[in-house]
Design a protein around this ligand. Structure first.
Ligand SMILES: *Cc1c(COP(=O)(O)O)cnc(C)c1O
Length: 397
């Protein structure tokens, strides 16, 4: 089969929700993937921050094989061993005391929203339900998470939005303080905005949010769906800023490529989730949590964070070099291996040109090229991408 033949069928049978690039990927290993015609690509997308350990990490594959032969699924009517073990390990390495498992980022955020409302009702009565999130944020596509997402283009056509959400610009503590009212119960932010264009918080911003939350008795919720699991060089992005939340969501990289989501919370807050208040059939099922356990152990024990930090320094240095050379590069920014290069024009053609040269990259917010390679990426692989970008950019001037 050729890419073209497979794509023709795809266009007949699939809901056309995605603007896909014209390749069919059939195999992956480490930082490489191959299409159906055998062409090799270096992957600087990693399933949008899912394959942090690289494709088909041997320890994750092994855990999936073993678990698949033992027990694939039972209900949360019963206790599930790998689910408990994964929760233990997440708790050991984070602020949290309890974990609720689900299957995706948006679901983890739905659980966070429900837990926030329930906690607030339990403690302050029914009139306190409003959640303030940030402009340019992204929290998912189901109706609750969508309502929390501060980008109008995602809301369009799906109105009315669920009530109880308000948005302020990232980094503006005064605006946040001004937005808090009698009905506000929580502040909900990505510590670093990913889809919104790789936007880092200004210094002391998260500290300021924490102080505001403490003063006004609000919950602080972090969405670490994309920036968690080592992406920024620490296991969780919030560790860079030394400010813990009350609730945190994760998903993408958590199980090395298997669908999973998790909502973590402190004991005090998690108490509001009593039996019957929330559930997910597949949430924390034996297969996904066995994969998650293997992925989390590898992330912690196998030098993944160290490689992420080292590669990050090299990557940023090389991109800064490009910035000096090409005036149309406006900014290079990022944390760990969540890296953005902002152009003064649309970046889509760069993505297409990279694809032709055998590199998968992504463009977000129109003008920001985003690089989110597996955290095992080498300097040599980074150099190859930078060389390709250099060739593409040199054709522009
Ligand atoms: C991807 C993403 C989500 C949504 O995750 P899904 O698994 O696609 O539902 C939510 N928040 C952030 C920050 C994300 O990057």
């Amino acid at each position: 089969m050729t890419n073209e033949e497979v794509i023709k069928v795809s266009q007949d049978v699939l809901a056309q929700t995605y603007g896909r690039f014209p390749v069919v990927l059939v195999k992956g290993q480490g930082c490489k993937v191959w299409d159906v015609e055998g062409k090799e690509y270096l992957d600087f997308v990693a399933g949008i921050g899912v394959c942090n350990l690289g494709h088909c990490h041997p320890k994750v594959v092994q855990a999936i094989r073993e678990q698949a032969g033992k027990l694939l699924h039972v209900s949360n009517l019963y206790h599930i061993e790998p689910q408990i073990q994964l929760a233990q390990l997440l708790i050991k390495h984070s602020f949290a005391d309890r974990v609720f498992f689900c299957n995706s980022g948006t679901e983890a955020n739905e659980a966070a929203i429900k837990l926030t409302r329930k906690y607030s009702q339990d403690h302050f009565g029914a009139g306190r339900f409003e959640i303030i999130s940030l402009l340019k944020s992204f929290h998912g596509r189901t109706l609750g998470a969508l309502a929390a997402t501060g980008q109008e283009r995602f809301h369009k056509g799906f109105e009315p939005m669920m009530p109880g959400f308000k948005f302020v610009p990232q980094g503006d503590l005064e605006a946040m303080e001004g937005a808090v009212g009698d009905s506000t119960c929580a502040i909900f932010v990505e510590p670093i905005q990913a889809e919104g264009g790789v936007n880092l918080p200004p210094e002391n911003y998260l500290q300021g949010l924490r102080r505001l939350c403490d003063r006004r008795k609000l919950l602080l919720i972090y969405d670490e769906v994309q920036v968690g699991m080592g992406r920024t060089g620490k296991l969780f992005a919030y560790e860079h800023y030394g400010v813990a939340p009350d609730i945190m969501t994760m998903a993408k990289g958590l199980a090395g490529g298997v669908p999973i989501g998790a909502t973590l919370a402190t004991e005090e807050v998690a108490k509001s989730f009593t039996p019957g208040t929330h559930a997910a059939t597949f949430g924390g099922n034996p297969l996904s949590t066995a994969a998650g356990l293997a992925a989390l152990r590898a992330t912690i024990e196998d030098g993944i964070l160290e490689n992420c930090q080292r590669s990050s320094v090299h990557f940023m240095k090389r991109l800064e070099g490009l910035k000096k050379k090409y005036p149309f590069i406006k900014d290079v920014r990022g944390k760990g291996l969540m890296v953005g290069l902002e152009l003064d024009r649309e970046g889509k053609s760069v993505v297409t040109d990279c694809l032709k040269k055998g590199f998968l990259i992504n463009c977000t917010n129109e003008t920001v090229l985003r690089f989110i390679p597996p955290l095992i990426v080498t300097r040599e692989e980074i150099d190859r991408l930078v060389q390709a970008l250099d060739e593409i950019f040199s054709g522009w001037s």
